[in-house]
Design a protein around this ligand. Structure first.
Ligand code: NAD
Length: 307
């Protein structure tokens, strides 16, 4: 079977597939136009997030049986068009769990301790030792909204810091709750009322869009912190901006934004606030996560089509 890898995918993927007897070609910089011209030569297409697998590419893919997305989001693939032609679409959502959990913990530490300010100050050649007092994680209550793969990995790490962990999810995994000794909030409202730090780990759905807005922020403790490494649209950015400016919330750390890159004036203002730290959607960007995704993709293809 012929496989085309049309994005920069860790070499572990092609190595494993070749070993299993597949013919693999790699064109990591191919354009959409060129992909459209040659796609009918392949049985399997592997991508990450760069290339858009649009309806017209899929319509030319007369031999294609599978599209594999190394990563989580399927926003760059017209899944409906693929499925209509009987082309299976798979992804590797488990690859970035540790990468996102570690980024989340590093953002919490950085935000509460104010390390980012101390680093910036020293880079300016200053020694403002007395200005940098921060807070500890120990004994603070971390509220985790979404107790799935990443939420659980964050909970485990937060427990190691001596934090009290409280979680809210629409589907409760009782076994994990008991094993990890974390508390289940009876409602979202309860979690919001009890948490010193709130971390979001839900998918973007019609129910989670703007889950954090002026009404839910009003239920939070004055001086609470909010961390978002899930999806930007889960927070109403304008409402968050107001809460940070008024002092209702003490700070925010964000890896994801309603617009990526942020373009609206209220998004730009938010990024510039002294109590906000931001990263440009780098949650999954560790070498280990990319290698893991490549390995999982190759193994799944071998399971489905290997001899
Ligand atoms: P997951 O599916 O394992 O877990 C999500 C959890 O949210 C599930 O337990 C589900 O029951 C729960 N949930 C769904 N709707 C809910 C609601 N309305 N209220 C409460 N709980 C709800 O997903 P995951 O792999 O842990 O990913 C979590 C989030 O992280 C997703 O938004 C994903 O897109 C995001 N993510 C971000 C990056 C990044 O680069 N920053 C990388 C990977 C994943």
């Amino acid at each position: 079977m012929k496989i085309l890898i049309a994005d920069e995918v860790h070499e572990e993927c092609s190595e494993k597939l070749k070993k299993a007897g597949f013919e693999v070609e790699e064109k990591p910089n191919i354009t959409n136009e060129d992909l459209k011209k040659i796609i009918n030569n392949y049985d399997i297409l592997i991508v990450r997030g760069r290339i858009k697998v649009t309806r017209d590419i899929i319509e030319n893919a007369t031999n294609l049986k599978l599209i594999g997305r190394v990563g989580v989001g399927l926003d760059n693939i017209d899944v409906e068009a693929a499925e209509r032609r009987g082309i299976k679409v798979i992804n590797t959502p488990q690859m970035s769990t540790i990468a996102v959990a570690e980024l989340t913990i590093s953002l919490i530490l950085n935000l509460l301790r104010g390390t980012y300010r101390a680093i910036e100050s020293m880079k300016k050649g200053l020694w403002e030792k007395k200005s940098f007092y921060g807070n500890e994680l120990f004994n603070k209550t971390l509220g985790i909204i979404g107790f799935g793969r990443i939420g659980k990995a964050v909970a485990e790490r937060a427990k190691a810091f001596g934090m009290k962990v409280i979680v809210y999810d629409i589907f409760m995994d009782q076994e994990s709750l008991e094993r990890m000794k974390v508390t289940r909030a009876s409602s979202l409202e309860e979690l919001l009322r009890l948490s010193d730090i709130i971390s979001l780990h839900v998918p973007l759905t019609k129910d989670t869009k703007h889950l954090i807005n002026s009404s839910t922020i009003a239920l939070m403790r004055t001086g609470a912190y909010i961390i978002n490494t899930s999806r930007g649209e889960i927070i109403n950015t304008k409402d968050l901006l107001e809460a940070l400016k008024s002092g209702k919330l003490a700070g925010a750390a964000l890896d994801v934004f309603e617009n990526e890159p942020p373009k609206e004036p209220w998004e730009k203002e938010l990024i510039q606030l002294p109590n906000v730290i931001t990263t440009p959607h780098i949650g999954a960007q560790t070498y280990e996560a990319q290698a893991e995704g490549a390995k999982i993709m190759a193994e799944n293809i071998i399971k489905l089509f290997g001899r």
